[in-house]
Write a protein that binds this ligand. Structure first.
Ligand code: BGC
Length: 261
């Protein structure tokens, strides 16, 4: 059974999730494990959880490992961090996780990972033009994919809209924190997506994050020019995309191409 496997790990504000991914199908090859994000989410505490996850699966020695992280990644270095401990700023994530796990790790922004997951295996498969994948969770993540090519680190969750950091009003965490019903939250999403649409004119918008499983409650309330559809891989998109990116980078480096730093 020569399955083409890579491990994907998705570091989030509330949980750190991982599973081996079958790269031929984009399906999880074993049940996903989830460990709550440490309350004090420092680099050391999070690296210890990642190492625990890596050890929980019976992985081939050289299986690629991809990690999705909720911050812009400047060639692996965290530029700023909104929803984890502030001491992450300036940390070289692949280096930290290599020290913690003994493995080569590819690090990517979490929304970019979800975007790649949806583009290779999910709702955006085979879609050309400008595709925006937005993840609604603790923050708002964005992936911009143009004719199948990712424009990394777009950070559209931090657009300033009506004087606010957009994710502080329209992320799923804002809905929960303020006990908004779906109609009230949809009003905020409408304002958010119409601003993004004005700036980027996407041909398709894909909405992911855990709340996308309740898409019937809010997507039909939105009135946009582009079709707006739910992610197909739902909350596994980050795991799947990170695994897929780790595998393509491993292949490139085997062929002698430099891919880091
Ligand atoms: C971060 C992004 C991330 C998003 C979703 C934002 O606060 O700045 O990098 O993709 O949250 O986790």
């Amino acid at each position: 059974m020569a399955r083409h496997l890579a491990l994907g790990i998705d570091i989030g504000g509330s949980g750190i999730k991982g599973a081996p991914v079958d790269l031929d199908t984009g399906e999880l090859a074993a049940e996903r494990l989830r460990i709550p994000t440490p309350g004090e989410s420092t680099p050391e505490a999070v690296a210890a959880v990642v190492s625990q996850l890596v050890d929980s699966f019976d992985l081939p020695e050289h299986a690629p490992v991809g990690v999705a992280f909720p911050a812009p990644m400047d060639h692996g270095v965290v530029r700023f961090i909104a929803n984890l401990h502030q001491s992450w700023k300036g940390v070289d994530l692949p280096e930290l996780l290599h020290d913690a796990t003994g493995r080569e790790v590819t690090a990517v922004n979490d929304a970019d990972a979800a975007g790649i997951g949806e583009q290779r295996y999910g709702a955006a498969k085979g879609r050309d033009g400008v595709v925006l994948v937005a993840t609604l969770g603790t923050g708002i993540g964005s992936a911009l994919i143009v004719d199948g090519v990712l424009v990394p680190n777009t950070e559209l969750g931090h657009l300033e809209i009506d004087g606010h950091d957009a994710e502080s009003r329209a992320a799923d965490s804002a809905r929960e924190r303020e006990s908004l019903d779906f109609a009230a939250w949809a009003g905020r999403l409408q304002r958010y997506f119409e601003t993004v649409e004005m700036l980027l004119s996407p041909d398709l918008i894909v909405v992911g994050g855990g709340v996308s499983k309740k898409h019937k409650e809010f997507l039909p309330l939105l009135d946009l020019r582009a079709p707006i559809i739910p992610a197909e891989l739902r909350n596994a998109a980050g795991i799947v995309g990170a695994a897929a990116l780790a595998s393509s980078r491993a292949k490139h480096s085997k062929h002698g191409k430099k891919h880091k730093k």
